[in-house]
Design a protein around this ligand. Structure first.
Ligand code: G1P
Length: 290
């Protein structure tokens, strides 16, 4: 099935990264030299997504500027003959009209953010990508689209039992092949005692149009927010709900630890830094000097 649109909820306040995020969107924080949101957009583009819909909020204009021309910068690089750097500055540009922005006026939850994009979605399944969840390797949303037939599909992975209360947690059903698992139930941020498994939802979704109708009710759930998980859960029994066990490594870049881990891991993978960074890590960290 062809999926051409992706929603990127980027309205969050990023309070876990203050003061860095006081006047800068958390999605613009770099992993090595590229902002988190660019990784997400590239993952979507690799999956054949053609329309990129950002649900923003006040103070997020840096994201819009990032995916637009910067004539001063480009002219400067051109006049200095820095063609490679110019290419880097232009590589996030897509054909005109590919990017759309809608405002989420209040931080009322992920479900609310997705609902804010409703007028840009026709009667079609759509991808949802959370830039905070960086997944290295080949495009996870492409893997999901390749295996999607109907209903709702969510990326899932096993997490530490102690961490279940930070995630949407699924009740897994039977294995359907190609890393796809049936989902029998879904609960947002359960306590350890109430969690049906330790298989968590990670920020990649393919949602069916009916989810928007449910979000319309504006029912609040965990953390008194309108939860995407709840809307998807209420479709179980009426349409297919499946989990996709992706192959890449996921970094929780919404947390400082995950963000630093992603920076270290992806830096070590860069040929220009690999040797020096590895030997520095060995000498300064592993040998216990710090
Ligand atoms: C959101 C979702 C949750 C999911 C998580 C993945 O939570 O509500 O179901 O497991 O993303 O990162 P948040 O991290 O925004 O609290």
């Amino acid at each position: 099935m062809k999926i051409k649109k992706a929603i990127f909820p980027v309205g969050g306040l990023g309070t876990r990264f203050l003061p860095a995020t006081k006047s800068m969107p958390k999605e613009m924080l770099p992993i090595v030299d590229k902002p988190l949101i660019q990784y997400a957009v590239e993952e979507a583009a690799d999956a054949g997504i053609e329309q990129f819909i950002f649900v923003t909020s006040r103070g997020k204009s840096a994201i819009e500027n990032h995916f637009d021309h910067s004539f001063e910068l480009e002219n400067n690089l051109l006049s200095k003959g820095k063609r490679d750097t110019l290419k880097t500055a232009q590589e996030m540009l897509k054909i005109p009209g590919s990017f759309a922005y809608v405002r989420q006026q209040e931080p009322a939850g992920l479900g609310h953010a997705v609902w804010c994009a409703r007028h840009l979605i026709a009667n079609e399944p759509v991808a949802v990508i959370l830039a905070d969840d960086l997944i290295s390797g080949s495009s996870t949303i492409k893997q999901m689209i390749d295996n999607y037939t109907s209903g709702n599909m969510l990326a899932v992975m096993d997490v530490d039992k102690r961490d279940v209360s930070s995630y949407g947690i699924i009740t897994p059903g039977k294995a359907l092949g190609n890393n796809v698992t049936e989902i029998l139930g879904l609960v947002e941020k359960p306590s350890i005692e109430k969690a049906p498994s330790k298989m968590a939802v990670v920020g990649r979704y393919i949602i069916e149009p009916a989810v928007f109708e449910i979000l319309e009710q504006q029912n609040r759930g965990a953390s008194n927010e309108i939860q995407l998980t709840d809307a998807i859960a209420s479709r179980i029994g009426s349409s297919n709900c499946s989990g996709y066990k992706f192959s890449g490594e996921r970094f929780d870049c919404g947390s400082k630890l995950g963000f630093i881990q992603a920076n270290i891991k992806l830096s070590v993978q860069r040929s220009e830094m690999k040797k020096k960074l590895k030997s520095w890590l060995q000498d300064e960290i592993l040998d216990g000097k710090i």
